[in-house]
Design a protein around this ligand. Sequence first.
Ligand code: ADP
Ligand code: MG
Length: 300
Amino acid sequence: MKLRDLGEFNFINRISKAIKLSSHVVKGIGDDAAVLKYTKDKYLLFTTDILLEGKHFYKGSSAGLVGKKALSSNISDIVAMGGIPKFAVISIGLPGSMNLKYADELYKGIRKVADKFSVDLVGGDTVGSNKIIINIALIGEVEIKNLALRSKAKKEDAIFVTGDIGGSIKLKHLNFTPRLKEARYLVKNFKINSMIDVSDGLLADLAHILEESDKGAVIYEKTIPVSNDAIDFNSAMRDGEDFELIFTLPKKQADRLEDIWPFETRLSRIGRICSGRKGFYLIRKNGKSEKIKSAGFTHF
Ligand code: ADP
Ligand code: MG
């Protein structure tokens, strides 16, 4: 059997099943970051992401933006847990033929994001490579009471998404700001039952919440904030790398949230959580109901 036949998520499930965890691990594989026991009232968060030339960016991409994306995508995963990013290590593979200026710009991009989010860059590894490859691992922390998992969505929760969805290939996938202040506001002021950042596409990432929480959902096409850069609705729902947040909270709190949301970042209430037996449905603008058979970006 080839990896391609198994698919990315079955492959990760297979890895996960073969791993035995110690009691220090609160959540291992299966969320945006691992959750580890730390202090009396805080958890440690731990995540990593690879960026590969030709896959996540192209040879001609601005070095500064590639650096920015490398750290921002990791920060986005810490943010999706309700946490604060803290310490990063950066492993990088670069061709010997690379212009020093490009390498400097790349690190400048990383440093700018690190400064903005108060992340300390504390190490890494360097190797020669035909293609540019960047792997960052990031530690963060979150108060135990503010942890937001993928797995705790409740029946009748309202489902929200920040920002616009789709068309990120135009520029946003390289040039986005992780939703740290929004997420921290949410976890401190509301009971956020579940949260994820959008990397695989709105449908696929909401499906991750549903699968981990053993729930279904109904979402409405007319409420979904499709970006002007998107080709059309269907591709916006599937393309991914929006780095927005999808989260759910009790219906009772949803109206208050809509009333007092203090940020310029758009906030859209796109549907509700149902019981697992009901499945995942999209209600089209014409009122027709469509069953979602999960779809979005997967590797291999
Ligand atoms: P995200 O898009 O939020 O970065 P991924 O889809 O990359 O999440 O990963 C989903 C989960 O699978 C995460 O918990 C991640 O740590 C885990 N994971 C991904 N690849 C591997 C791997 N090669 N080995 C172990 N765990 C992995
Ligand atoms: Mg994520």
